[in-house]
Design a protein around this ligand. Structure first.
Ligand code: HEM
Ligand code: SF4
Length: 590
């Protein structure tokens, strides 16, 4: 399948504004090489130049520094404590026990001793020092995984519902997921050249090209997910492009997919022209059309996305500005055929189904709750050690969920006692006894690694959940499921705008509190109160939780309740996500 080359190199920008700086960087990078090798070899600093940092993202690598140490080092006149985050692409979130064991070891030898399962079914290493970066990425590749296109202005990790209950359908959707991921992977040889070594020459000396992307890639990142109803665990409405599996009446045979476009969550405080957006349902396509449809949607965005302003460059703005009717017509023009009408579907939830679930083929699957997806050993819980022991014993596979949890999947009956014993030995059998709030909570990474964090997120989540759990328990709601998500800034990596209770970092110790999203992820929340100080959160939400316990109607979800009872209105305009700028305290006239 080939791309439409007619528009590959001449992106249309809406006005005569200058292109964003990154466009020049990409164009001059010689297909993402830039000065990466030079900067890696430079031993005078633990960091890399800003321009190189933009390019390493396409290789799945973020340049970071330890924000806990930043001020002290600045005072001492020393260089920042630079290190690198590497994101490992795992299409559909499926990896083998052998790969787990390799990553587990690399976390100790090359990173900060922890593994992070992300909200998009990928792994992250944090704290890789520059001197260890090449060998870390090289070792990841030797384990038959990679970090290519895990970040950057390209299609990122393609997610898929791990859906172990329906293995036949899942196997099919996973195949589709991998086909999309493979087709949209950048073709540059730079990645292999730099991190794997050697393959600078290609048979016949063919000139390098990017048939789908062109040499300036996309205006901004692009994210694709595949959902299998009734689970919306992948948060389909939050993504640029989504495919909703439609099965026949038996529920086992895949007929095709409804297509969703134009979802996205990132925004900036006080910039009303930036906002989260729920995806639109565009149409329906057959299984054999999916890869082509994905390509044509991606190339439409490649050619019409705004390359002048990175805060306005995602597909959600292209669709918001030009309309979904125009978008569908342009995609169909490129496809050369019309999309079908969307088929009926229904999502009931976003969360994972914890514990053992039997599959269709005699195997079973254990979903394990992991707070924030962080895998490390602590004095109380040797989680990393436990999962290593499980990986060494396990004969099936692992599946990373979109909610930062882990499925020990495809466990044969004779293997199950072994896994159960290991879960018991390490007290992991108790992990899933957490409250309904904890089991449906999620955070982004934020401090100390994320350069964009305005407030704590992952490190604060346990305390935040514990404080609100006390209120929930007092109201008799310990096992009630309410989605809670927190991020350290408005970029939305933990998808906070789709939580029934969302917290978005405003400043250290202060959060904007959002309420009213739908439990199944189909409606955004909106701002309830801005800049709430940590210590005021319980006083703010406790009364609402208690009232919910007393006044909810049968089966009413918290997100629906706060709308019905008038705490917030149902999702409104972009302005409803923003608060007023925090003004400095007035200065008394002299
Ligand atoms: C649009 C603005 C965004 C920017 C500039 C941004 C930037 C970043 C950065 C710098 C990190 C690294 C943090 C660390 O690991 O130390 C990160 C992590 C991550 N981001 Fe984003 N992000 C954005 C939006 C999003 C959205 C909307 C999603 C999901 C729909 C997302 C998904 C992720 C995931 C899965 C991680 C990995 C860590 C985690 O699970 O929290 N990002 N992002
Ligand atoms: S939401 Fe903000 S603070 Fe959290 S990881 Fe993303 S960019 Fe960093």
């Amino acid at each position: 399948m080939s791309s439409t080359p007619d528009t590959a190199t001449v992106p249309t920008t809406p006005a005569a504004k200058p292109l964003a700086k990154n466009e020049g960087l990409k164009a001059a990078s010689n297909f993402l090489r830039g000065n990466i090798l030079r900067d890696l070899a430079d031993q005078s600093t633990g960091g890399i130049t800003d321009d190189t940092g933009q390019l390493t993202k396409f290789h799945g690598i973020y340049a970071q520094d330890d924000r806990d140490l930043r001020n002290q080092l600045r005072r001492e006149g020393k260089e920042k404590a630079f290190s690198f985050m590497a994101r490992i692409r795992v299409p559909g979130g499926v990896c083998t026990p052998a790969q787990w064991v390799t990553l587990d070891a690399l976390a100790d030898t090359h990173a900060n001793g922890t593994l992070k399962l992300t909200t998009r079914q990928a792994f992250q290493f944090h704290g890789i020092l520059k001197g260890n970066l090449w060998s870390a990425i090289n070792a990841v590749n030797r384990a038959l995984l990679d970090t290519l296109a895990a970040c950057g202005d390209v299609n990122r990790n393609v997610m898929c519902n791990p859906n172990p209950e329906q293995s036949e359908l899942h196997a099919e959707t996973l195949r589709v997921t991998k086909a999309i991921a493979d087709h949209l992977l950048p073709r540059t040889r730079a990645y292999h050249e730099i991190w794997v070594g050697g393959d600078t020459l290609v048979a016949g000396g063919e000139p390098e090209s990017e048939p789908v992307y062109g040499e300036t890639y996309l205006p901004r990142k692009f994210k694709i997910v595949v959902a299998v109803p009734p689970s919306n665990d992948v948060d389909i409405y939050a993504h640029d492009l989504g495919f909703i599996a439609i099965a026949d009446a038996s529920g086992k045979k895949l007929l095709g997919f409804n297509i969703t476009v134009g979802g996205g969550l990132g925004m900036s405080h006080n910039q009303v022209e930036t906002f989260p957006r729920i995806a639109d349902v565009l149409g329906f396509c057959r299984v054999d059309q999916v890869v082509d449809v994905a390509e044509k949607i991606l190339t439409t965005q490649r050619d019409f996305g705004d390359r002048t302003d990175r805060k306005h460059a995602r597909l959600k703005y292209t669709i918001e500005d030009r309309g979904v009717v125009w978008f569908r017509a342009e995609v169909e023009r490129r496809l050369g055929y019309q999309l079908g009408s969307p088929r009926p579907f229904a999502f009931t939830h976003m969360g994972d189904r914890y514990g053992w679930v039997d599959g269709e083929n005699g195997t079973s699957h254990y979903t394990l709750f992991l707070m924030s997806g962080r895998i490390k050993d602590t004095a109380e819980l040797k989680l990393k050690t436990a999962l290593r022991e499980i990986a060494l014993a396990h004969k099936g596979d692992f599946r990373l969920t979109a909610n930062q949890n882990l499925i020990i999947a495809s466990v044969r009956p004779e293997e199950r006692p072994v896994i159960d014993a290991l879960l018991r030995k390490h007290k992991l059998d108790r992990a899933n006894d957490a409250s309904g709030l904890a089991l449906n909570a999620m955070s982004c990474v934020a401090l100390p690694t994320c350069g964009l964090a305005l407030a704590e997120s992952e490190r604060y989540l346990p305390e935040l959940v514990a404080n609100l759990e006390t209120e929930m328990e007092a109201a008799g709601l310990r096992h009630d499921e309410i989605t809670l998500r927190i991020t350290g800034c408005p970029n939305g990596c933990g998808r906070p705008y789709l939580a029934e209770i969302g917290f978005v970092g405003r400043a250290p110790g202060k959060y904007n509190v959002y309420l009213g999203a739908a439990f199944n992820g189909s409606r955004l929340n909106i701002l309830y109160k801005a800049s709430v100080v940590e210590t005021d959160i319980v006083a703010l939400l406790g009364p609402i939780i208690r009232r919910y316990a007393l006044e909810r109607t049968k089966g009413e979800r918290f997100g629906d309740f706060v709308i019905r009872t008038g705490y917030v209105k149902a999702t409104g305009t972009p302005a409803d996500f923003h608060d007023k700028a925090e003004k400095p305290a007035p200065v008394a006239p002299v």
